[in-house]
Design a protein around this ligand. Structure first.
Ligand code: PEP
Ligand code: MN
Length: 338
């Protein structure tokens, strides 16, 4: 981190600043020019609050030269992290697809969809048991019973299951879940992230509705800082001024996040667009920019879905996407496992 110190600063103020920085275990390198003093801070500057430093009287400007995230940073871990969940491999030259309904609705629905998506090549089953709905009057999910039904579908198909957690207090109910999803609305629920960091489960961390890439990576860092390195990032669209789509898919995040971190990154084209007819083109585009996989909402009867029907595709449309993706994967150095 580099600080430019104001011209009119007193020596006493500068000495105070230096002793505070040293008390944090960091080192200081000063360079006195004719018109200004430049201070280089050496060491783990993630300990320093950049906003606090910028607000100090004697500080003119501050520039971070290294990122505030360490564990997820590709600089310190150049190889791709590969996260294996049953037969699904996320990261490296693998491409994994999670598919299933927005919400688990009943036994017949979840088992029938699980069988269909497996036949098309999906390597994991999704289904919400706890649903984050804008309205408290909308279907809230089957909760514990939803998890029970997902486990039945897992027993039937051997697909690992992915489902969203909304509260730390529910963690015990997730003991047999294979991947715990943190939804967009909870991306910055830091107490939840810390608790999941102490669990031994892979975490699917969705990008927040209005969060920068750096904030998203810092949320992954929260989980990793507690010892859990199995974090899969998921770009699911961000909120912009556009209202023809539910969100705006930020495809540029995929190659950039993969450059900045070693974590796998997948795309959710369903929540990104909110429109079933855009799921195929966005899935292909995501594979084309190097995504490590997809999470797609698939329903056997979208018109009757209790949640997110307009963005759910049917099993035959899902199978068609899988066939077309297979053609793209070799072009981006990925192997198709389906
Ligand atoms: C979901 O996956 O069902 C979901 C609610 O997604 P998001 O958190 O991205 O809105
Ligand atoms: Mn949904």
């Amino acid at each position: 981190m580099i600080l430019v110190i104001k011209n009119d600063s007193q020596k006493r103020q500068l000495d105070n600043l230096i002793s505070w920085i040293k008390s944090l275990g960091l080192n200081v390198h000063l360079s006195h020019g004719e018109n200004s003093t430049i201070m280089g801070i050496i060491g783990d500057t993630s300990l320093l609050d950049i906003d606090l430093v910028s607000s100090l009287d004697i500080v003119e400007t501050v520039k971070r030269i290294s990122e505030p995230y360490k564990k997820s940073n590709r600089k310190f871990h150049p190889q791709d992290t590969i996260i294996q969940v049953a037969d699904a491999k996320f990261g490296g030259n693998n491409f994994a697809v999670i598919a299933g309904p927005c919400s688990v609705e009943n036994e017949e629905q979840i088992i029938s969809i699980a069988v269909d998506v497996k036949a098309a090549g999906a390597t994991a089953l999704r289904g919400g048991a706890f649903k984050p709905r804008t309205s408290p009057y909308a279907f809230q999910g089957l909760r514990a019973d939803g998890i029970r039904l997902l486990l039945l579908a897992k027993a039937e198909t051997s697909l690992p299951i992915v489902t969203e957690i909304m509260s730390v207090t529910h963690l015990d109910m997730f003991s047999d879940v294979d991947v715990i999803q943190v939804g967009a609305r909870n991306m910055q629920n830091f107490e939840l992230l810390k608790e999941l960091g102490r669990s031994n489960k892979p975490i699917l961390l969705k990008r927040g509705l209005a969060n920068t890439m750096e904030e998203w990576i810092m949320s992954a860092e929260y989980i990793m800082a507690e010892g859990n390195n199995r974090v899969i990032l998921c770009e699911r669209g961000i909120r912009t001024f556009e209202h023809y789509t539910r969100n705006t898919l930020d495809l540029s995040a995929i190659p950039l996040i993969k450059e900045l971190t070693h974590l796998p990154v997948i795309v959710d084209p369903s929540h990104a667009s909110g429109l079933a007819r855009l799921v195929a083109p966005l899935s292909l585009a995501s594979a084309g920019v190097g995504s490590d996989g997809l999470i797609i909402e698939v329903h056997n009867n979208p018109e009757k879905a209790l949640c997110d029907g307009p963005q759910c595709i049917r099993p035959n449309q899902f199978a068609d996407i899988m066939r077309r993706i297979r053609v793209i994967l070799p072009l981006v150095g990925k192997e198709s496992a389906f």
